[in-house]
Design a protein around this ligand. Sequence first.
Ligand code: AMP
Length: 278
Amino acid sequence: MLLAKSISEVRAFHKKNVGTWGLVPTMGALHQGHLSLVARARAENEHVAVSIFVNPTQFAAGSDFEKYPRPLERDLEMLQPFNVDLVFAPTAAEMYPPNFQTYVNVQDLTQPLEGAMRPGHFRGVATVVTKLFNIVQPDRAYFGQKDAQQVAVIRQMVRDLNLPVEIVVGETKREADGLAMSSRNVYLSSEERRAAAVLYRALCAARDAFHNGERGGEKLRAVMRGVLAQEPRATVEYVSAADPATLQELEHIQDRALFSMAVRFGSTRLIDNLLVVA
Ligand code: AMP
């Protein structure tokens, strides 16, 4: 496993290792959600690269960029069993040298939900993913359904810019109580950690109502809000029942919907979602 800090090392390594490449972009602080993507990439490609980069351009000023966990040694140990060929862990200066001034902007899909709450976030994501694709030149890239809007934005970008990469999406890995695994879960106090299971309970309640025939978007959003309201530590940012393709809120659901939410526990912001199909 080569640990590359520079772009030139990655390019040289890629030249020497012909065959199909799978890339798993991450911000590190790896957990089973990340590792499930690595395992899939390992099974489907001759070579596997994992990038570990806490991307400053996708964090707003004053957010958790500085305190985001960066346990690189532990991450490298966790990757050992997966026989990864290359770990790309650049510095911010390597990715954004002085006078950097080009960004990738996906227009409509970045407006609602996370985009509305985190202005500029998806511009940072689309830009860094484009750069990672150009540096690693993977045949396939692996993303988690946990970040459903990110998947939609990247798929759109790949289509619009004719990027020669197949996007593969892995299911959300969860703790025993349903909490979606996330590097940010370590910020939670023990009381907040217990309370955080309410996101999945709310999503499941909406899913159950949907499968019992409820098709009203507002009714289903109310189901989720009702469950979240039972947890006093939860501060709701948004609750959504949207068209999975456009991410626009639905009044009447036909055959599918993306239920999603962002909820704060103290200063920790968690997101989760479920895709339902009739
Ligand atoms: P991050 O390090 O949070 O940027 O995540 C890197 C990749 O792992 C993204 O494609 C995420 O969607 C994915 N991911 C994060 N959490 C999970 C999870 N619980 N299950 C599956 N994939 C995940």
